[in-house]
Design a protein around this ligand. Structure first.
Ligand code: ADQ
Length: 453
């Protein structure tokens, strides 16, 4: 089997004496890495005096991790600037939050060339290269320019907006041209794939673009939840509820996740369905992310204020309606919290997939599962037909969804859960990775690849 080369912005390099890092792409690719030799290349997470150079190498089993540093200036231009300040809002349909600066655009492309420069000497002729996400739209072209003839696949973890919106990106056609150096492009949903395909075709490129919805290892997560629910933190949480129903939100603190809308929806529940007052608790866990981007700091202030206001208005001497935590909680502990929750509340304004929604379903007790209230704008809404779908722009709709979830009889909760867990077991993380890699392998069989070979 060919060696697999993964490229992603961050690399989960195993650190001696630390527990293996769980979460993110490392979990999704675990099976794929267990069955083949692999090289995982990307940013070390460190800044240094220069970007690039020869990578730092760590090998564990048949996986080699190779990482390079970024200069502080490139970190600011490429990562904070163009990737998080321009592409992230644009791809999440939030043009009003996007800021384009020519020097950031140039920094972004320079870092991608540096990636290609450092990676190229490590490549073998028969490698298969799989690039991940919007940080690396230009990378395939930079690798081709450095002589790479290998098969290259690209997977976009976030949404792709319709063409008229994407057109707002200055130089957008250059990014599309560079992306078109890939042999296969994957997106999360059929509509993201179709938007991206339209954009590429509009720019004159006919690369195959297909949906490959990312999955989770549901059985493994269920086992983790069963174990964690007996752990100290989950017991503390369960005891503290004093019999109240738990509504749980788990996210990164990001404006794409619809957190203010969620709090407003919860407040609307308490206002419009007074029978739930004093009987429910919303726990929202949202550790700070991208704190060096101004929009994220503003969001945090807004949420601090909203949570405080709801508690002030609705709280009682023995009841705090919203428990608001910006501290990180380990994923394994969260698995136990999901299992305790009567309702999972996931309300992104746009989300490529949203694995939290899938993890909530996987963590449930089959005999007495909780119900999921899910934004219709999460990729996961395409698959989780048992969820109560809501439009997060309308707090009243969130409130109605929450009420429906809270009063839903156990038999209906079981029926909805049974359907969804079957989907999750079928569309596992392993099936996602193997599906993409099989499709990528197939492409070389059917037609000559871009770049020859
Ligand atoms: P994210 O935007 O980070 O990912 P999501 O899919 O919800 O969003 O979460 C990814 C992982 O992070 C999950 O395993 C989840 O458990 C974990 N996580 C989220 N919040 C956490 C918290 N507070 N504490 C600990 N762990 C937390 C991007 C895209 C998504 C897409 C994924 C995968 O934005 O749409 O689903 O990539 O492709």
């Amino acid at each position: 089997m060919a060696r697999l080369v993964i490229v992603s912005n961050r690399v989960p390099v195993p650190r001696p004496r630390e527990r293996p890092q769980a979460g993110g792409l490392a979990v999704a690719l675990k099976e794929a890495l267990a069955t083949r030799e692999a090289l995982w290349f990307g940013w070390s997470g460190q800044t240094a005096s220069h970007t690039g150079g020869s990578p730092e190498i760590v090998t564990v089993g048949q996986t080699t991790y190779a990482t390079i540093d970024l200069s502080s200036e490139d970190y600011r231009l490429y990562y904070t600037g163009f990737a998080n300040g321009m592409l992230w809002p644009l791809l999440h349909y939030r043009m009003g939050l996007a800021e384009f600066r020519r020097e950031e655009w140039e920094g972004y492309r320079r870092v991608n060339r540096a990636f290609a420069h450092s990676l190229t000497p490590l490549l073998r002729d028969d490698d298969v290269i799989w690039i991940h996400d919007f940080h690396h739209f230009p990378l395939a072209a930079a690798l081709r320019a450095a002589g790479a003839k290998q098969r290259i696949g690209f997977f976009l973890h976030v949404p792709f907006p319709p063409l008229p919106l994407f057109r707002a990106l200055p130089q957008g056609n250059i990014l599309l041209r560079e992306l078109a150096s890939c042999d296969l492009i994957g997106a999360q949903t059929p509509s993201d794939a179709s938007n991206l395909r339209d954009a590429l075709r509009g720019a004159g490129f006919d690369v195959p673009v297909h949906p490959f919805p990312i999955g989770i290892e549901a059985e493994e997560f269920a086992r983790e939840a069963e174990k964690a629910v007996r752990g100290q933190d989950a017991r503390r949480l369960a005891d503290s509820l004093s019999g109240r129903a738990l509504i749980l939100g788990v996210d990164r603190l990001d404006y794409s996740k619809g957190l203010p809308q969620r709090l407003r929806g919860f407040a609307a529940l308490l206002r419009r369905f007074p029978e739930h007052r004093g009987r429910v608790t919303l726990l929202q866990v949202a550790p700070v992310s991208r704190g060096d981007v101004v929009q994220y700091r503003a969001l945090r202030r807004e949420l601090d204020e909203l949570a405080g206001r709801i508690n002030g208005e609705h709280g009682d001497i023995d009841w705090v309606p919203v428990r608001w935590m910006t501290r990180a909680v380990p994923r394994a502990t969260l698995a136990g919290f999901h299992r305790i929750a009567r309702v999972g509340l996931v309300t992104p304004m746009r989300d490529g997939m949203n694995l939290v929604a899938k993890e909530f379903v996987a963590a449930q007790d089959p005999a007495d599962p909780g119900a999921l209230v899910l934004s219709c704008f999460a990729g996961a809404a395409d698959e989780l037909k048992g969820a109560i779908l809501v439009n997060p722009h309308d707090p009243d709709e969130i409130a109605e969804g929450l009420n429906a979830a809270l009063v839903m009889p156990a038999s209906e909760r079981r029926a909805r859960w049974t359907g969804d867990i079957a989907v999750l077991r079928r569309n596992s993380a392993a099936a996602w990775a193997e599906g993409f890699l099989a499709a990528l392998a197939q492409i070389g069989q059917d037609a000559p690849r871009a770049g020859g070979a």
